[in-house]
Design a protein around this ligand. Structure first.
Ligand SMILES: [Zn+2]
Length: 367
């Protein structure tokens, strides 16, 4: 994401080559992954920043050169701050269960042509909206730790504060999977990079508890899309020498694979009407987790969950909601939880709670 933090782009290029080679050699694990998973890899989100850092080279580029895009934006502060919008709505007295807890709309200022938004950020947001992503990671360098959202502290003026999402347990699991399988990060006697001893937290941390970042990609993904995303700080050195890159790849190989495999942890299925048509935009709500997700265009959905028993409700405007129990097992395969919804009658429609759901006000965003 930051142009001068080069390890992420290099390990993804290694990873692409590895996937293709192993697929051709019929490695069963890779065949299983590729056949069951839609994979997108973006080696560089800030190519202009990389060019700037590259001109100086690995020894001289330093902390900041190439971090920002050509216009000077730090891309990990450049996404719309939806946290403030949601938290402000929660401050208004009323039934908290009626506050929209997902798919928070973009604030109006963000769409203005002269808004301080990088073309890279806009391109990535367009990409996030086009494809129903489920799981993601964005790569950085300069330390060794895995951060999970929220990245922004609540209250928003605090420099650091533990600020968990409603899916904190899943995020901690996802982060631990990456951190504990990273060959260098997981070494119990590894050196501390720059003062923060993340080993005492097993190399995972809530982003806001490290340093509060408004407008991060992780927070935006969680609040505007169905996607769960974490940040991985890959190495102490942002721009190591070329000779170190094969080792960096080996350090991350298992982590990348096992992290991707986590996308199959939880439940998935299709929400249909009685005529077998998929219902797009149907809400999937899990009892006890105040964060819903929505079905994609064909009515299909994926909901990451840790193993356990869950009460899951599917609801859509104009239909009667349906609740069923879904059990997530330990075996790495998602549980299929399909739903069939019946249309509401006229009298049902007048009592539809979805039509009463409080929308978060769009104008309350901070610039
Ligand atoms: Zn970074």
């Amino acid at each position: 994401m930051h142009g001068n933090e080069v390890v992420g782009r290099e390990i993804l290029i290694f990873f692409m080559q590895y996937l293709c080679q192993q697929y051709q050699q019929k490695n069963p694990r890779i065949l299983q992954l590729v056949h069951s998973t839609r994979i997108h890899l973006l080696p560089s989100m800030n190519p202009d920043g990389y060019e700037m850092a590259h001109q100086l080279g690995s020894e001289l580029s330093g902390w900041a050169t190439g971090r920002y895009n050509l216009q000077g934006f730090d891309l990990n502060h450049n996404f719309a701050d939806l946290n403030t919008i949601m938290w402000d709505a929660e401050e208004i007295p009323g039934d908290p269960t009626l506050i929209q807890n997902h798919f928070i709309p973009m604030p109006a200022y963000y769409k203005w042509p002269n808004a301080s938004v990088g073309p890279e950020t806009r391109a990535v947001i367009g990409w996030m909206k086009k494809i129903p992503f489920v799981l993601s990671a964005n790569f950085h360098g300069g330390d060794m730790v895995v951060c999970y959202p929220f990245d922004m502290a609540r209250p928003t003026w605090l420099h650091r504060q533990i600020t968990p999402t409603a899916d904190n347990d899943v995020f901690r699991w996802l982060s631990a999977v990456y951190a504990s399988s990273h060959r260098a990060m997981a070494q119990y006697n590894r050196r501390i990079c720059h003062g923060d001893n993340f080993m005492q937290h097993r190399n995972i941390i809530n982003g806001a508890d490290w340093h509060s970042v408004p407008g991060s990609m992780n927070d935006f993904s969680y609040l505007h899309t169905n996607c769960f995303e974490i940040t991985v700080e890959l190495s102490c050195d942002k721009y190591p020498h070329q000779s170190e890159l094969p080792t960096e790849w080996e350090n991350n190989k298992e982590s990348l694979l096992i992290y991707m495999e986590q996308v199959h942890r939880g439940i998935k299925g299709v929400v249909r009407d009685r005529d077998d048509n998929g219902i797009s935009g149907a809400i999937i709500a899990v009892d006890g987790i105040n964060h819903d997700i929505r079905t994609a265009v064909d009515g299909d959905y994926w909901r990451l969950l840790n193993p356990g028993d869950y009460k899951v409700t599917a609801k859509a405007e104009g239909f009667l909601p349906v609740t069923r129990n879904c059990r997530v097992r330990f075996d790495g395969h998602p549980t299929i939880c399909d739903f069939v919804l019946m249309r509401r009658s006229q009298s049902d429609r007048e009592n539809d709670p979805l039509s009463k759901r409080r929308r978060v006000p769009k104008h309350r965003a901070r610039g």
